[in-house]
Design a binder for this molecule. Structure first.
Ligand code: ADQ
Length: 489
């Protein structure tokens, strides 16, 4: 549908994220094959019918030559994606350095990496310069494709500098920014040498969103305490200009999971798993292998449970599926070895010739296999030390309408605020408490499981990814209109 001047009737939404939702593989000098990755954000935006979404981001590959860049740009255009080309040095300094070595651990309360604290402090300036440069490169691409009336939605900690760069291009641009991680307490945020510049850049946006009210409150406190600005119930005010700050808890495309359970391939998987683990209760962990997910803590709690409940030893199995990430980073390599070591020790201690208590896989599962696993699980264990939301807990609930399994959920995951009433909430640092909650979950009555599941299932199927995206974008449109009315008064 188009207007007379050829412009689409639906409002255009430019979604800017560090990574495009594709994996690109070069097949020749000027040919690429692309695969769309069906992550939460993609399905969220596919479900939003009022907007026509375009994606802007890095394709995750280094393309130094012009022929390759032109060919990739053409291939991506068919998927409504627009690439930002980053060279290896920028990726190293901006993405590996500032984003993942500094912002990620600080926002998750882990502080700067212990071993190279001094080296990190020394390289801080150059990494922050690369961060700003990369953000400017994203802004240049957005500006090139921006048309008046478009909504620009910037995502995550990689792009905190982007709202400022965009508003410098055009103060009328409608800019929203959403953070997928926690925003830490202002006392943690203030340790960042670039604390003020980051806050001011984000405040250039019209609307700033977080998963929970706590993160939003921390952000407002950081602006009041560090920048000396005024916090209001609506957001943060600076010389009469209001940046609206609010919570927009993300969800999942729950129908996609519920429908998948009817697919014959998934049902076959379910039967295989039920036969394989017949006579044993299945406990499940699905995480990216990251320090924030608390995987060693989870496995140690399971060990404690087996230690204290010997009659359960041959009646329960823990399946831990951990997708490796950032495999070139020494801290992540160390985490992998640590997890392997603990799993080996526990299996040696409690295993028999025919069965082991923990099956640990260092890999990703495809969608049908993941849905089947969620469906046969009796108890899901999410023990994040900090987590913006944690969608695994939502996906588990969506797949449990026949089994009504129990969710043990860290109180430090954003999801604890939405699924807390149905889950057993735990402090993942307290291994005894987690071990006790495993026993509680495994012995819970059917009525209690039913009641808890009903609560969570209703939440997961009502507050979906589509609802999240629609709410954020319509709130952004309203915020801009209200601001225009205020300036006219
Ligand atoms: P993540 O840290 O990646 O996301 P999460 O929200 O749990 O964490 O999402 C992980 C996704 O990856 C899920 O869709 C899950 O199915 C998939 N996944 C994980 N392990 C897998 C495996 N072994 N095999 C297959 N798939 C696997 C960040 C923040 C979160 C926030 C989201 C969305 O850290 O806190 O919830 O963004 O905002």
């Amino acid at each position: 549908c188009e207007n007379q001047d050829g412009r689409p009737l639906r409002q255009r939404l430019l979604v800017v994220a560090n990574r495009l939702p594709v994996s690109a593989v070069r097949r020749g000098e000027d040919s690429w094959s692309l695969e769309i990755s069906a992550g939460g954000l993609v399905s969220a935006l596919l479900g939003v019918k009022e907007f026509e979404a375009r994606w802007i981001g890095w394709a995750g590959v280094n393309v130094p030559d012009e022929i390759g860049q032109k060919a990739l740009t053409r291939a991506l255009a068919e998927k409504r994606c627009i690439p930002v080309f980053l060279d290896e040095e920028i990726v190293h300094q901006y993405y590996n350095g500032y984003c993942n070595n500094i912002l990620w651990p600080v926002f998750h309360y882990l502080g700067l990496p212990q071993e190279d604290r001094l080296a990190t402090t020394r390289s801080f300036q150059s990494q922050f310069a690369a961060y700003k440069k990369a953000n400017q490169m994203f802004a240049d691409v957005v500006n090139k494709h921006y048309e008046e009336g478009d909504v620009v939605w910037c995502h995550d900690y990689h792009l905190m500098f982007l709202p400022k760069c965009l508003k410098e291009y055009s103060s009328n641009m409608k800019v929203g920014w959403f953070l997928h991680t926690p925003f830490p307490s202002s006392e943690i945020h203030r340790t960042l040498p670039s604390r003020s510049e980051l806050l001011r850049s984000v405040l250039a946006a019209d609307l700033v969103g977080f998963h929970t009210y706590d993160y939003a409150r921390h952000f407002v406190s950081a602006c009041t305490r560090i920048l000396g600005l005024e916090g209001t119930p609506e957001g943060v005010e600076d010389q009469g200009r209001l940046t609206r700050v609010a919570a927009f808890p993300i969800g999942i495309d729950s129908d996609r999971f519920i429908r998948a359970l009817e697919v014959p391939q998934v049902q076959d998987h379910i039967k295989e798993l039920e036969e394989r683990f017949s006579g044993r209760k299945v406990m499940l962990g699905v995480d990216r292998l990251d320090m924030i997910k608390g995987i060693p803590q989870k496995i140690l709690a399971f060990e404690k449970f087996l230690e204290e409940n010997s009659h359960w030893r041959d009646k329960v199995v823990l399946l831990q599926i951990a997708v490796p990430t950032r495999t070139d980073v020494p801290e992540y390599q160390k985490l992998t070895s640590q997890v392997h070591e603990i799993v080996g020790r526990i299996n040696g201690r409690f295993g028999t010739l025919t069965a082991v208590p923990i099956h640990h896989l260092d890999r990703s599962l495809d969608f049908p296999a993941l849905c089947a696993l969620y469906a046969v699980t009796d108890v899901a264990l999410v023990t994040s030390l900090r987590d913006g939301m944690n969608l695994v807990s939502y996906e588990f609930v969506a797949c449990q309408d026949s089994k009504k399994g129990v969710l043990i959920l860290s109180e430090f995951a954003g999801a604890a605020q939405s699924l807390g009433a149905g889950a057993i909430l735990v402090n993942p640092w307290n291994i005894t408490e987690v071990a006790d909650s495993i026993r509680q979950a495994l012995t819970m009555s059917c009525e209690e499981r039913e009641k808890r599941h009903r609560h969570n299932f209703a939440h997961v199927t009502t507050h979906t990814a589509q609802e999240w995206a629609e709410t954020f974008v319509s709130e952004l449109n309203d915020t801009v209109i209200e601001a225009q009315l205020r300036t006219r008064q």
